[in-house]
Design a protein around this ligand. Structure first.
Ligand SMILES: C[S@@+](CC[C@H](N)C(=O)[O-])C[C@H]1O[C@@H](n2cnc3c(N)ncnc32)[C@H](O)[C@@H]1O
Length: 217
């Protein structure tokens, strides 16, 4: 039995049933479809698969979060995106237009993102420190993470990865119900900024940081 089998899913059973129906009625081949749209860095280039708890940010939210981590990482900074592919994609889009470039790595469970080559790192939060040797400890200026499940067990494991990789700065995106564990595990404060998704989530969703940020106010 996996450690996370009793995690709280992001969608209710009714919503999952409605999604099943939507895929059936719309004639789409469903979430297993492995299509990359023409711009491989556009948000949604890989279709959401709710079986992996995938809920992509809206364009505006992905852009706001990407701008935030770029600014916090500084010129030529290094950014780790854990289970947050939309932020990685938006970083690639924005960075191509700027001179003070940053570098970004995407740690993800979904191997469809292996299309991003060396910047994709397979990551399963169940083995939080099972990372490639070249991902050195405290080697990222900022780590942004959006864990797949709203459970302390999941957040606790992802926190191990975050703390291993970051030089200090952390931006976490998860449910409002995770405020207490986020504070306890990583000393994170809840932000006023409200992240939005392409499809509305059943749970109230928030960002958390451990540094001075305009997201706070
Ligand atoms: C709620 S989504 C966050 C995505 C974010 N909102 C975005 O738009 O980039 C959770 C992410 O966790 C990933 N995931 C699923 N199972 C995982 C696992 N066992 N370990 C690590 N990440 C996982 C999913 O593929 C998905 O990208």
């Amino acid at each position: 039995m996996s450690d996370c089998e009793d995690d709280v899913p992001r969608l209710s059973a009714e919503t999952l049933a409605a999604l099943h129906e939507f895929y059936a009625e719309s004639g789409r081949t469903g979430p297993e479809q492995n299509s990359m749209k023409t711009d491989k860095f556009s948000v949604g280039a890989v279709e959401e698969d709710w079986r992996m708890s995938q809920f992509w940010y809206s364009e505006d939210t992905a852009a706001r979060l990407a701008e935030e981590v770029m600014q916090q990482a500084g010129e030529h900074g290094r950014i780790a995106c854990i289970s947050a592919p939309s932020v990685y994609q938006k970083l690639k889009q924005l960075d191509s237009t700027r001179s003070d470039s940053v570098s970004a790595v995407l740690l993800e469970f979904d191997r469809r993102f292996a299309a991003y080559g060396d910047e994709f790192v397979f990551y399963d939060y169940n083995n939080p420190l099972c990372l490639p040797e070249d991902l050195l400890p405290q080697s990222f200026d900022i780590v942004i993470a959006d864990p797949p499940y709203l459970s302390e067990e999941c957040l606790g494991k992802v926190a191990l990865t975050i703390k291993y990789l970051t030089k200090g700065k952390i931006l976490l995106c998860t449910g409002a119900i995770m405020e207490e564990p986020a504070g306890k595990l990583m000393d994170l404060k809840i932000c006023s900024f409200l992240p939005k998704h392409n499809h509305n989530l059943a749970n109230e969703f928030r960002c958390y940081v451990n540094y001075e940020s305009s997201l706070l106010s």
